[in-house]
Design a protein around this ligand. Structure first.
Ligand SMILES: C[S@@+](CC[C@H](N)C(=O)[O-])C[C@H]1O[C@@H](n2cnc3c(N)ncnc32)[C@H](O)[C@@H]1O
Length: 358
């Protein structure tokens, strides 16, 4: 028969492998908060012999975390997480905490959000919370759990954006105090990370899709609640905030509609960044025109940091070849494993390039 273990796990208590339970617990909570697929969560023996009190702390740090209660992760994800916990604890003959069952049942019974209007772009959007290194807080993003929703790939954060965040962390001098423009920002992970942790002088995040721009604006405002709104006479800039050291903008910039007149209203960036924008070769001419305009604007003094997911070798090669033909220089960077920013660096198809032109 299973017995309830009500013993108190102090913060110095250890798992069977000797690592402090609190350290393991924080590591699991960090993965939970940004919706790391449940099957890939690194539990690091946390579940073995998890005491009743440690289970409470695990719930407090995950499904009952104040941030999650206020800005919920997708219910499907939370259900999958609790189901995995309940199954594994049962298999280890550890009695799950009553609260774990209660939360699981309540979530299973939660009515699907069918009363939302069908054209509401927030359908299918929930929150993910990305913990920042060195206690710098959290980035909370409203995003989709699906790779494609509302006809766009821009409503979720992609691996290349996470790899770019790690790259930025390892090259902070290239970004601090700079004027930065992000292309194809999506819901804003890399741009908001830059704005929060690296104090650029200006960061303008851009995209072309109306739902994406809406989510991007909401996410910027959510992560900079105390920043002052600044008036801007550029009609393409729909949000401009002053966070103290950094101006943070959201701009509509469709590579297919770029002209000298609308780009002349842009900041002159020192650095352009982009993640996962090289996947559709029909967009390459427009993207190249956009890059040409921006590089000309800065007399070729800017550089472009591009993080790609190589899904198809030919597609990426085609784009790189177009850059070479347009006299850009390409330097491939090494991929940094996850150290500052949590991401799955075992994905071997991420490539990062620094692109310049003299
Ligand atoms: C795969 S998503 C990447 C989003 C984000 N950078 C990330 O990595 O999480 C590609 C992004 O490029 C944007 N995009 C596609 N075509 C575009 C265009 N013509 N002009 C501007 N942005 C575009 C999409 O709206 C989408 O946000």
């Amino acid at each position: 028969m299973k017995t309830k273990d009500h013993s108190v796990a102090s913060s110095s208590s250890s798992s069977s492998q000797g690592a402090p339970v609190d350290t393991q617990l924080r590591a699991v909570a960090k993965q939970f908060l940004c919706c790391t697929p449940v099957r890939t969560i690194q539990w690091n023996e946390l579940l073995e012999g998890l005491t009743w009190e440690a289970q409470e702390r695990l719930l407090d740090a995950t499904v009952d975390h104040p941030l999650v209660l206020r800005y919920p992760l997708s219910i499907e994800y939370q259900v999958a997480f609790l189901k995995r916990l309940l199954t594994d604890l049962a298999a280890m003959n550890v009695e799950p905490h009553d609260r774990m069952y209660e939360r699981y049942c309540a979530m299973m019974q939660a009515p699907p959000p069918t009363d939302l209007p069908l054209d509401d772009p927030s359908i299918g959007l929930s929150y993910k919370h990305y913990e920042l290194p060195q206690g710098q807080g959290v980035i909370s993003l409203k995003e989709s759990g699906a790779f494609v929703s509302d006809g766009t790939t821009g409503l979720c954060s992609w691996q290349a954006a996470k790899a770019l965040c790690e790259h930025i962390s390892n090259n902070r001098d290239d970004f601090q105090g700079r004027n930065i423009l992000e292309l194809g920002s999506g819901v804003g992970l890399a741009g908001i990370y830059l704005a929060k942790c690296f104090e650029p002088s200006i960061i303008v995040m851009s995209d072309c899709h109306s739902s994406v721009l809406g989510a991007l604006r909401d996410n910027v405002q959510l992560n900079f609640p105390n920043a002052a709104t600044v008036d801007c006479d550029n009609p393409l800039v729909s949000l401009l905030l002053d966070s103290g050291n950094t101006l943070i903008g959201v701009m509509e910039l469709d590579w297919q509609c770029v002209s000298a007149s609308n780009l002349s209203q842009l900041i002159e960036p020192d650095v352009i960044v982009a993640a996962d924008i090289v996947y559709d070769h029909t967009l390459f001419p427009a993207l190249l025109t956009t890059l040409n305009y921006i590089f000309c604007l800065s007399n070729n003094r800017c550089k472009f940091v591009l993080a790609c997911t190589e899904r198809n070798q030919d597609t990426l090669s085609e784009f790189l070849q177009l850059l070479i033909t347009a006299k850009f220089r390409i330097n491939e960077e090494s991929i940094s494993p996850s150290r500052h920013f949590h991401w799955d660096s075992s994905a071997s198809n991420i490539r990062i390039f620094t692109i310049s032109r003299s």
